[in-house]
Design a protein around this ligand. Sequence first.
Ligand code: NG6
Ligand code: CA
Length: 520
Amino acid sequence: MESTFKLLAIFLFGILFTSCKVKENKPNVVIIYTDDVGFGDIGVYGSELIPTPNIDALANNGLRFTDAHSVAATCSPSRYSLFTGELAFRNPKAAILQGDSEMLIKPEQYTLANLFQDAGYKTGIVGKWHLGLGDGTIDWNNQINLTPNSLGFDYSYIIPATNDRVPCVYVENGAVVNLSPEDPLTVSYWKRIPESVKGTQYPDARLEPEAVTLYKSDGQHSCSVINGVSRIGYMKGGKSALWSDENMAEDLYLKAKDFMTNNCKSPFLLCFTTSDIHAPRIPHPRFRGATTLGYRGDNMVQLDWCVGEVMRAINELGIDDNTIVIFSSDNGPIYEDGGYEDGCVAMTEEVDRGHDASSIYTGGKYRIWEGGTRVPFIINWPNKIIPGVSDALISQADLFASFAGMLNIDVPTDAAPDSRNLWPSLIGKDSKGADILIEQATGLKPGLAIRKAQWKYVELHKPHTWGKPFEQRPVVGYELYNLEDDPEEKNNVVDQYLDKTEELKNLLLKAKQSHLVTRE
Ligand code: NG6
Ligand code: CA
C-alpha cells in the first residue's frame, strides 16, 4: 500500500514539475526566420526540384500565405522591422551591417521581445542576428555590453552578422563561446590586422589564394580565410571558438531545442533565425547531393530537416497543441551571392536549372520587384488556425501589433509605429489583410514601393543611396504595375494610368512622412 502511495506521489510530482503545458491564452511562439529563402524554394509553394516535406507539412496543417512580405529585400532592415515594428526605411542606419557595427536597435526601444516579456514569456533568440552589437567598439574578449539581451531577450545564442562575415564564432548571452584567453579575438573590416596583434593568424585570401579550399569568391569576400572559405572582413585569434560551417544547422537547432526544453514550463517566444540558406552554402555532408541544384538546393533540404527536428522537439515536449510556429524568410532568394562559386548560376539569372527560386515573381534579394520581399509565410497552430491558403496582404512588421492583439497587451504609444494588428488575418478569420504595404530594396537598384489592392507603384532611387536619409535619395524612375493582370511586373503602365500613379505616389509620400499607425 505504502509503495502504491509512493508511486502515485512520484507520478503527481512528475506531472506537476515536468509538464510543459502552459495556459491556453498564452501559447508558445516559435518564429523560424530563414535567410534568403525564396517564395519558390518550397514544395507547397511550387518547388518541384527541392523536397521540403517538413515545411510542407507545417503548411498543410496550417495557414499558408501567398502575399506576405519581409519589410525589405535584405536582411538587417527586415530584421530591424520584425523586432521593432518600424519600417526600416525610416532609419538610415538600417542597412546591411557588419559584425562589429553598433547595435542598430537601441535598448530604450520597445521590442517584440519586450512585448512577450511583459506578457510573462521567456524569450530567446538562436541563430543569425545581423543587427549590430555593442556601442561602436567591441572587445570580443570580454562581455559585450549591448546584445539581444539588452533588447528583451532572456537568452541569446547568435551568429553576430552573417556566415560570410567575420567573426566566425557564436556569441552566447554576450560572450564568445569557447574563446581561450591565450588566443584573443580581434576583428577588423577595413584593414588587415597587424602581425604585432596577438592571436592565431588566418590566411589572407588575397595574399594566399591557395588557402581558399572551398569556393572562389568576389573581392569583397576575399579577406580572412576561415575553414577554407574566404570571408568579408579580417579576424585574428579565437581559433578554439570557430564555428563549423557544416555543423552550423545542427548546432543551432540543438540550442533552439535546449531553449524550448529549459523554458517550456512558462510560455516562451523563440526566434530561431537560421543561417540556411545564405551563401557560402556548406551543407553537412549527409545533405550533399540531396538535390540536382548544387549546395543551394541541398541547404534547403538541410533547412527542411531542421524544421522537422524543431517540430519533433515540440511534439516530444508535449506542447504541440499550444505552440504557434511561424515559418518565413528575411528577403527573397538569390543564386550566387558574394561571388561564391558554390554551384549556382549567375545572380542575374532568374532560373537555375529548372528551379525558379522566386516562383513567377520578378527579382529576388536586393530588388524592389515582388521577388524581393514576397516570401514564404506559414503559420501553424493546431486546432486554432483553420488550415488553408490565404491571399491576405501582410508585412512581417505587422507581427508585433498582431501578437500584442493576441496577448491582449497595449503597445506603448511610441512603440511599433508601423505595425498593424492583423491577428484576424493571421489566424484565417480575415482574408484581406492590410490596405497598403510598403516594400523596400537596398543594393544596386534601391527603391521603395507601395501596394494597394492590385496596384503596385515603384520608385527607384539613385544607386548607392539607400543608407542615406530620404532627401539624399533622388528618385530616378517610376513604375506602376497591375499585379492582377501582370504578377510578373513585365508591363509598366504608368503612362496608361496617370491618376492611379498619382494616387499611389501620394500614398507613398504620406507613408514616408508619417508612421502608418497612430496610438493613443
Ligand atoms: C552584401 C554582400 C553579400 C551578403 C549581403 C548580406 C558584397 C558584395 N555582398 O554586402 O554577399 O553578405 O551583404 O546578406 O559584399 S543578407 O542576407 O544578410 O542581407
Ligand atoms: Ca538574408
